[in-house]
Design a protein. Structure first.
Length: 156
């Protein structure tokens, strides 16, 4: 089985190579890698247009909106923003490495209660920045739907 891998170096050079899975034991055979920087391979997609952070509630703050505009102004290509904690239980208070949107809670009878207010503010900030788009990561969910180990440090 062969897999083509493309590694983009900080210099803007893309290095392509093939990885082959072998069923035999590894050997100490020599490998030569040649990089022909004088031979164009094709257009380099702007993979550096992806930005991410943990704290969603700073997105709609004044400096968060300013940062989104500045990132979007860096390139004519769309800037994709990946924000963690989009479904984390909480009141929307900003905290280091955490945030929350409180999209889903339950009332005292266990019935779902949905609130899109904070999440809407985040996505409105993406839209209003012009040139940015969300790259949605749905990983952490509402506290009532997640298994949390005591002492894990997790807020959801």
């Amino acid at each position: 089985m062969a897999v083509l891998a493309v590694v983009c170096l900080g210099t803007g050079i893309a290095v392509c190579f093939t990885l082959r899975a072998q069923s035999k034991a590894p050997t100490s055979e020599a490998v030569t890698i040649r990089v022909h920087t004088d031979q164009p391979y094709g257009k380099l997609p702007p993979i550096w247009n992806f930005w991410g952070y943990d704290e969603p509630n700073y997105t709609y703050a004044a400096n968060g909106k300013k940062l989104l505009r500045e990132l979007a102004a860096l390139t004519p290509e769309p800037v994709y923003i990946r924000t963690h904690n989009l479904l984390t239980t909480g009141d929307g208070t900003a905290a280091l490495k955490w945030g929350s949107t409180n999209v889903y809670t339950e009332d005292s009878s266990g019935n779902p209660v949905y609130s899109w207010e904070i999440l809407d503010r985040i996505f409105d900030a993406y839209r209003d920045a012009g040139g940015s788009a969300p790259c949605v990561l749905i990983r952490r969910g509402p506290r009532s739907k997640c298994c949390v180990r005591p002492g894990s440090g997790s807020r959801n």
